[in-house]
Structures are given as C-alpha cells and as structure tokens.
Design a binder for this molecule. Structure first.
Ligand code: ATP
Length: 407
C-alpha cells in the first residue's frame, strides 16, 4: 500500500516529514515492511504552505486498515491543530494513483474536491481534518512518479530539545561538503560562508543533507558532529529535479506557475531599492520582467552583465508579473557597444550633433562627420548556465552540479 500524509505542521512546530518518519517506525514495530519513504515537494507558490510545501509517502507491505488507523491516530497525536492553516490529510491506497494529479500539484494548483473525487474513484481509505486541504498533498504523494529522484537524510532532534537552539558543528558541515560535493549539495554555501542545511524554525529537524543517493547523503551525514540526534530518515525525493518547471511562451504565463522560457534580453538590468536587480525579456510582441532579488547575492553580478539582444533561457516562478530567477543560461551574447559623437580628426575634440539626421560638427574648426564613433565593449560574461547560490535555492530547483540541462 501507499500511505500519503500532508499538512500536519504550523510555523510554531511539527513537520510532516517527522510525522512520516515516526509513522514508519510504528509500522515496523507492527511487523510491516516499509519499502520506501518518499518526500515530495509540490508547487512552491502555493500560499497555504507552511515552509517548503512538502508531502510524504510511505510504500508499505502490511494491513491497510491497521496502517490507516495508526496513521490517523499519529496525526491526531502530533499535528498542530491549533493553527488555522493546519488541515491534515491521510490517504491509503493499494496502488499508485493517476500520476497526472501529482504533475498538476507540482506544477500548478489543485482543488480539494478533485483530490476527493480521485480518492473515491480509486477506492482509497482517506481522512481529511478541518477544511481537508491536506488531502491535496497526501493524494499527490501517492500519485507521485519520479523519473528523476534524489536523496535527503533528515536528522531530527530529540523531542525534549524541540524549540531550543540547535547545536550542529559548523566546521564539520563544511568538511562534509568538501568531502562529498557534487554528490551532495546545499549543506553549506561556500561562497557566502553560510550554513544552509540547519533550519532556524522551531520544527523537529536538526539538519538535512541532500544528495544523489542514500550512500552519498549517509557519507556526508557521518561527518557531521552535533547535539545528540533523535531519529533519522533517508527520504527519496523530487528535490533538485526541476519537476516544477514548464516550457512555455511568454503569452501563456500564469500567476504562481514556474517556467523555463527562451527569450531575448530587452533592456539593461537595473538595480532597485533593496539591491533587487530587474531586467526585461521579450519574445516577438510580449515582454516580461525578470527579478534577481537581494538574497540571490552574487548571482546578481551575473545578471547585471546582461545586455539587450542576449539570447537567454530563464527558469523561475511567475509571481506578480515577474519571473523570479532560479537559474539562467546565456545562450548567445549580443555585441555590447558604446556610441559617442565622433572625435574631430583635426583638433581631437568631440563633435556636437547638428540635429537629427544632420551629422556632427566640430565647434572649434567647423569640420563635419556623418557617422558616430562606435566602440565595442568586450563582454566579461561567458555563454553558459548560471544559478542562484545555495542559500537562495528552492527545494525543487535542480542544482547545476547535478549536470547541465540538455538545452
Ligand atoms: P512542511 O513542508 O514544513 O511540512 P509545508 O510547507 O509542506 O509544510 P503544508 O502545511 O503542507 O506546508 O501546507 C501546504 C498545503 O497546500 C497542504 O494543505 C497541501 O495539501 C496544499 N497544496 C499542496 N500543493 C498544492 C497545489 N498544487 N494546489 C493546491 N493546494 C496544494
């Protein structure tokens, strides 16, 4: 059977993955076999999410009625029902539900009624609490099919320490990254000297290591020194796979969806208040703004080097009329040039314009010229892919260390 769970946490505590890890242990104690623990991230632009829009799925061999009863009891015990935005859902199905529902949940928006209709049609056992929104994520989890998958080991805290400051040795995290990158990623952000894998919220997670396989995340995990941990779970995930991106034309962009588009830079990037950098891209008649916000740090230095005419592939979510950049490829670079009034060949002074279409004239000696001085500025940017740093990376965004996209 597949067990899906979502929406058990709140900003004040809990985490659906922790509940999933506890459930796996309870089922094992009941002599059931847990074949896979899966963590799926869904549309990152869903406003109801607490943090990373995660849902979990356990693939289990055992009695479905018993497993469903245990899962529901655990949700009642651990979920943070006090939060208005916590609306848990538990689903148990005999086999995978139509993956189209997962695809919609990861790239688009879903309705609670559609999840319920699908569950009814497949004869699922399910329960939704409060407004039952968690049934969306729980259904998506049991509908998930992952053509590309990564691993994450989540190390949880001892329950007595929940809500207290975390103690994870910084040096050991940097050493783990050095020893295992690029097979693991986003443990730390070396360029910005920041630890990325230790949350700052009061949830049960102590730290998490992401990587290509259970073996690699475990290798890195074993190097990390910390307070005494509680339980640990290796998850199969869709993190770092770009599962949220859709190929689209500029005229098709919809609010809250994430895209990969091939367009041309239309203006010179500007740095606005707060250090956010913006520029416009165009495709025939349409234009759209791209944003590299301040938290994307050094990535903004790359963006500032774009010039009109550069051919680009940009990836990111379309929100409030802008694409928020996750990564981009400069496919081909336009010529960058400065155009200045010509210098007088006799007295070396810059000439002044004699009016539109009338050429230039030297004020001192009266010499004339028809064409301006056009000077090519060497481009410092190399064609290729560029991405935001680990501190600014979204869970679903595929890091370039996993291999360059095939376009
Ligand atoms: P955490 O990751 O820390 O466990 P969270 O960020 O996953 O928390 P949730 O508390 O699970 O956030 O809230 C997300 C809610 O949005 C859930 O009820 C889930 O069912 C719902 N949801 C997820 N994806 C979609 C979608 N594509 N369309 C509509 N609702 C969605």
């Amino acid at each position: 059977m597949l067990i899906g769970i979502d929406d058990t946490d709140s900003p004040q505590g809990m985490c659906t993955t922790y509940l999933g890890a506890v459930l796996a242990r309870q089922l094992i104690r009941e002599h059931m076999q847990v074949r896979e623990a899966r963590l799926v991230r869904l549309n990152p632009n869903v406003t109801f999410k607490t943090r990373g829009n995660a849902a979990v799925m356990l693939d289990v061999e055992g009695n479905p009625d018993r497993a469903f009863a245990i899962a529901c009891a655990l949700v009642e015990d651990l979920a943070d029902f006090s939060c208005e935005n916590t609306n848990p859902g538990v689903v148990v199905v005999k086999e995978q539900v139509d993956p189209a529902f997962y695809l919609q949940a990861v790239t688009d928006f879903c309705e609670i009624d559609d999840a319920v209709a699908l569950l009814d049609a497949t004869g699922a056992r399910y329960r939704g609490w409060k407004n039952r929104r968690g049934l969306i994520g729980a259904t998506a989890a049991v509908a998930s099919s992952l053509p590309d998958r990564t691993s994450e080991i989540l190390v949880y805290r001892e329950p007595a320490r929940f809500g207290t400051p975390r103690d994870v040795d910084r040096t050991s995290l940097f050493a783990a990254e050095t020893a295992t990158f690029p097979h693991t990623w986003d443990t730390v952000d070396v360029a910005n000297d920041v630890v990325v894998c230790v949350p700052h919220t009061p949830d049960p997670v102590l730290f998490g290591i992401r990587g290509e396989s259970p073996r690699w995340v475990m290798t890195a995990r074993q190097m990390v020194q910390s307070e005494r941990p509680g339980i640990e779970q290796i998850w199969v995930t869709n993190q770092g796979t770009d599962a949220h991106l859709i190929d689209a034309n500029i005229s098709e962009l919809r609010e809250g969806l994430s895209y990969r588009v091939w367009w041309t830079v239309a203006d010179i990037p500007k740095t606005g208040t707060g250090g956010h950098v913006s520029f416009t891209i165009r495709n025939s008649d349409h234009t759209v703004r791209c944003m590299a916000y301040e938290p994307t740090k050094n990535f903004r230095q790359i963006v500032r080097q774009l010039v009109p005419g550069d051919e680009m592939i940009v990836c990111g979510s379309f929100k409030k009329g802008s694409i928020n950049l996750e990564k981009m490829k400069s496919v081909s670079l336009a010529t960058d040039q400065t155009i200045r009034p010509p210098a007088c060949t006799a007295c070396s002074k810059r000439m002044t314009s004699d009016g539109k279409g009338k050429g230039w004239k030297c004020k001192r000696c009266g010499a004339r010229a028809d064409a301006p001085d056009i000077e090519e500025i060497p481009r410092m940017l190399a064609p290729g892919w560029y991405e935001v740093p680990p501190t600014a990376r979204r869970h679903l965004a595929k890091p370039l260390c996993r291999g360059l996209p095939p376009y």
